[in-house]
Ligand binder design. Structure first.
Ligand SMILES: Nc1ncnc2c1ncn2[C@@H]1O[C@H](COP(=O)(O)OP(=O)(O)OP(=O)(O)O)[C@@H](O)[C@H]1O
Length: 275
């Protein structure tokens, strides 16, 4: 494990371009980001804002079209292919948006864990790892026989084998029920608490609530950063209106809020929230 809080990744002025019929799509425009060991970072933003593009760069799966990326101080652009491959295999756990994309369809669940351990160069402990996501009973099942939630738990378990220095997950709780989402997020949080850097793209308030830092993207630009536990300042316009942070919007899905003044503080709650 790296020293606590070691900076694993630094991206400066990251740019990503994709070909499009009308010229290039600028998926990322000048994004600055740093990822530390032992921290969980949630990347939020509307569909098409660049979250997956940024994750692919942070997982060293794609090269940025511009800007500079450093992995543990070394410029990624200067890494030899072999070193890059080794870092991806040994030091970074990747959880794709569709769990089947990060799993081997022909292997049973316990062999996925054995395979992940082989890749990371660590002893395999399938029972322990599957137990961490409540999947021991499905150890002998192949991927197609697992439910979507079980596949996602297996993908998270496989990504956490090692443990790697960094886990990168693209919307790991999309389409999961509360119980399964809780298992997945608890496992990722455990990894962060044990020293792994965790980055996830998400639209999910449950994931945002567990993160140490929230980065908000809008049209390829970083439009906000919030550190957990740190108060964020916002302006009150002349009509008394306050802009709430984008990452808090999922707490108010029908666009309504209840406020209460208590002990000199203004509280904002979703309607129906008993607190
Ligand atoms: N391989 C690609 N080829 C062309 N354009 C792409 C490609 N990947 C992404 N884009 C474009 O880049 C922009 C950012 O896409 P990206 O997938 O990073 O957004 P996102 O925030 O992850 O979206 P979502 O929440 O829907 O997954 C979009 O305009 C998208 O259409």
């Amino acid at each position: 494990m790296p020293a606590t809080e070691e900076v694993l990744l630094i991206g400066a002025e990251l740019l990503q371009l994709y070909p499009a019929p009308t010229g290039a799509t600028q998926a990322l425009r000048g994004v600055d980001v740093s990822i530390r060991a032992g921290r969980m970072v949630a990347i939020t933003g509307p569909s098409g804002s660049g979250k997956s593009s940024l994750l692919a760069i942070l997982a060293l799966r794609e090269r940025p079209a511009g800007g500079e990326l450093r992995w543990r101080g070394r410029p990624v652009a200067t890494l030899r292919r072999r070193d890059l491959h080794r870092i991806r295999q040994r030091e970074i756990g990747w959880i794709a948006q569709r769990p089947t994309h990060s799993l081997h369809p022909q292997l049973v669940a316990s062999d996925q864990i054995v395979q992940a351990a082989r890749m990371r160069g660590v002893p395999a402990d399938p029972a322990g790892v599957l137990g961490s996501v409540d999947l021991v009973a499905r150890a002998a099942a192949r991927v197609p026989a697992l439910s979507g939630g079980e596949q996602q738990r297996l993908a998270v378990a496989a990504a956490s084998v090692g443990p790697p220095l960094l886990i990168v997950a693209d919307e790991p709780t999309a389409e999961l029920d509360d119980e399964t989402a809780d298992l997945v997020l608890s496992r990722l949080r455990q990894c962060a608490d044990a020293g792994t850097g965790v980055v996830l793209a998400t639209h999910d308030a449950r994931a945002v609530a567990r993160a140490d830092t929230v980065l908000h993207l809008r049209r390829g630009v970083l439009s906000g950063t919030r550190d957990a536990g740190r108060a964020q300042e916002t302006a009150i316009d002349p009509l008394g209106r306050v802009q709430i942070p984008d990452e808090a919007l999922p707490m108010f899905p029908d666009g309504r809020a209840v406020f209460r003044i208590r002990d000199g503080h203004l509280e904002l709650h979703p309607p129906g929230d008993p607190s």
